[in-house]
Ligand binder design. Structure first.
Ligand code: SF4
Ligand code: SF4
Ligand code: FES
Length: 241
């Protein structure tokens, strides 16, 4: 089987991006985009379809098992993990690879996703004291711990842009876990941040729900965290739940 990769590339510190087309032959139908990139980079001589030399393609990977989120990129225009994208699943003769668009491009397919961590830092989304995880919070806390911080949900979200006030589901998911684990007092300031950076900015279109490569139950966590932060918090203040 043969596929042509159209790869959007950019040299470090260069302004302009350009597309390079590379032909790739493979036999195993389970072969992934990640594996193809590795094989292309291993070639002694890399050439594009016109015979021009091709430099090593820069991209990020670590686990190759859908566990780290490093290899997130646009594959035929859709955000996904290169190690989870099977070549044979694409019915097109050409597969387009490009870096995620919501983050600054460092080089080729590598983007700078540090804004994800900056946003969590701004919300002070961490456990400072002794966690108080109640049994009814186990499921949400576990689900919230599965986030890869890949950024695919932010890529698809119409309301998120880097540096904006809305932090998106890449913040909501880890915060959903921490909200469950914080004691009543410590939770107050995180609830304030949650309302400011997540609750008030989300249009609830749930475009992010189906794109998550970890298949996290974003909708369930969002409902749970909204309840904990808004109406249940209100009931607590008035002596309810
Ligand atoms: S529900 Fe819509 S607005 Fe909210 S994070 Fe998901 S895609 Fe963005
Ligand atoms: S919620 Fe899903 S898509 Fe968003 S950053 Fe976490 S793992 Fe990636
Ligand atoms: S390399 Fe870790 S998720 Fe793809």
């Amino acid at each position: 089987m043969v596929v042509q990769f159209d790869i959007l590339r950019k040299e470090k510190k260069a302004e302009k991006q350009y597309t390079q087309s590379i032909r790739y032959e493979y036999e195993n139908p389970n072969e992934s985009v990640a594996n193809a990139l590795r094989q292309i980079n291993r070639r002694q001589e890399r050439k594009d379809i016109k015979g021009n030399p091709v430099s090593v393609i820069k991209w990020e990977c670590s686990c190759l098992q859908k566990k780290c989120g490093a290899c997130a990129m646009l594959i035929n225009g859709k955000p996904g993990l290169a190690c989870d994208a099977r070549l044979a699943a694409y019915k097109t003769e050409t597969i387009r690879l490009a870096p995620l668009r919501k983050f600054p491009v460092v080089e080729d397919l590598i983007v700078d996703r540090s804004i994800l961590y900056e946003n969590l830092k701004e919300m002070e989304a961490w456990l400072a004291g002794q966690p108080e995880l109640r049994e009814q919070g186990y499921e949400a806390a576990y689900e919230g711990s599965r986030c890869l911080q890949c950024g695919c949900c932010l890529e698809i979200c119409p309301n998120f842009y880097a540096g904006g006030n809305f932090f998106g589901m890449a913040s909501m998911v880890p915060v959903a876990r921490i909200l469950e684990e914080l004691n009543e007092n410590d939770r107050k300031s995180l609830i304030k941040e949650y309302k400011k950076h997540i609750y008030s900015g989300c249009g609830k279109s749930l475009a992010c729900r189906n794109i998550c490569p970890a298949q996290i139950d974003i909708e369930g966590l969002l409902l749970n965290s909204n309840a904990l932060s808004v109406w249940k918090a209100g009931l607590r203040r008035h002596g309810g739940v």
